[in-house]
Design a protein around this ligand. Structure first.
Ligand code: GLA
Length: 360
């Protein structure tokens, strides 16, 4: 009998630095205690049989055929195998039976895609003795999502899911600079608007508006997104469209908010938690008014959270649907109740410090 083993990887919230990773700026995600679990069993057939508990769907990959995408929910499994072949890390793959189950709602801004990619590669890494470390796993999962599945994402989700914890990640690499924070940051409450969307839509639109606008500014002088300030941006307002101006203003303001929050999160004592809350809400204003990726359902969940005692709140992920994250130490229950009463679905959550792992 082939033994069944389980591997899992967490979802994440983006606390600071939304829409910064694909621009090579800094992000601060936190992995959360909602996981995707894959039960894996070697099989003596030439097939990888996949079953999803939550979707009630199945799929079969024939391992002797050239593996390509099937344009279905299980393309994450295929994309990882394809990337391992493309990179020359494997030359063949045996048969497996997989069962996937997840507590991370799909399309909700909590990184369900990265969790399944990371959990599956963590399984293959162990079972095929690939000797990849967690950073290499994150890099390969990014390649699978970006190059193979064609999602215009950055590297935040894969790093957060693989490494776990709360850290700042300077996305100007590779190699990427990572600084793990030791803070506990209690009082996180997730509010799901239950509006589902594909993350690729806001990502593609924003990326193109921001890069087109920024290229026009670079024609005027030696700027990069790390040093552009709002005065210079305003000086060049006539060279760019109004939408490009708004997007760029939003990006550099969120960059400054992220820098400020990083200072606060680094402190081992006298951390100004109220300031961290205010910075979350300031970011939400940028996401809503300048990047245009909030929707009334998310705005409403942010509002009710603040009214019921949260220190700050913002949408998490690409936007246009999905979840908010509120910081409400000591007021978790009140905020969760307010979110539920407003038609959302609340979950009090904790930071996950393990990242991807083999289950016992
Ligand atoms: C999605 C992407 C991330 C990041 C966020 C926006 O979640 O997968 O890489 O770009 O959107 O911050």
């Amino acid at each position: 009998m082939n033994k069944k083993r389980s591997y899992s990887a967490p979802g994440r919230v983006c606390l600071y630095g939304e829409h910064q990773d694909y621009l090579k700026l800094t992000v601060i995600p936190a992995a959360i205690n909602l996981r995707t679990i894959i039960d894996v069993e070697r099989s003596n057939t030439n097939e990888i049989k996949i079953k999803s508990h939550d979707l009630k769907k199945t799929d079969v990959i024939k391992v002797n055929d050239e593996i390509t995408l099937a344009k279905n929910e299980f393309d994450y499994i295929r994309a990882i195998i394809m990337v391992l072949f493309n990179e020359g890390i494997i030359k063949e793959i045996p048969g497996f039976n997989l069962t996937i189950s997840s507590l991370i709602p799909i399309g909700s801004g909590l990184s369900s895609s990265a969790a399944i990619l990371v959990a599956w590669l963590t399984a293959l890494n162990d079972l095929l003795k690939l000797k990849l470390n967690k950073t290499e796993i994150a890099d390969l999962c990014f390649k699978a999502e970006n190059n193979i599945l064609g999602i215009n994402c950055g590297i935040m989700d894969q790093y957060s899911s693989s490494l776990g914890g709360i850290f700042s990640l300077d996305c100007d690499g590779p190699p990427y600079k990572i600084h793990q924070f030791t803070t506990e940051l209690d009082g996180l409450v997730i509010g799901d608007s239950c509006v589902r969307r594909s993350a690729n839509e806001p990502l593609t639109l924003l990326k193109s508006q921001i890069t087109t606008g920024f290229e026009k500014i670079q024609e005027q002088g030696d700027f990069n997104l790390k040093n552009l300030d709002s005065n210079s941006l305003t000086e060049f307002r006539d060279f760019i469209t109004e939408d490009e101006f708004r997007r760029l203003f939003g990006v550099i303001t969120i960059r400054n908010i992220t820098e400020r929050s990083s200072i606060e999160l680094t402190k081992s004592e006298n951390q100004d938690i109220e300031c961290l809350g205010t910075l979350l809400t300031k970011q939400q204003t940028m996401l809503r008014d300048y990047l245009g990726v909030s929707i009334p359902e998310l705005d409403n969940l942010v509002d009710v959270s603040l009214k019921s005692g949260a220190l700050g709140a913002k949408l998490t992920g690409a936007g246009l649907g999905g979840c908010i994250i509120a910081l409400a130490p000591g007021k978790e229950e009140e905020v969760a109740k307010a979110i539920n009463n407003a038609g959302g679905k609340a979950a009090i959550c904790k930071i996950d410090y393990d990242g991807a792992r083999k289950e016992k």
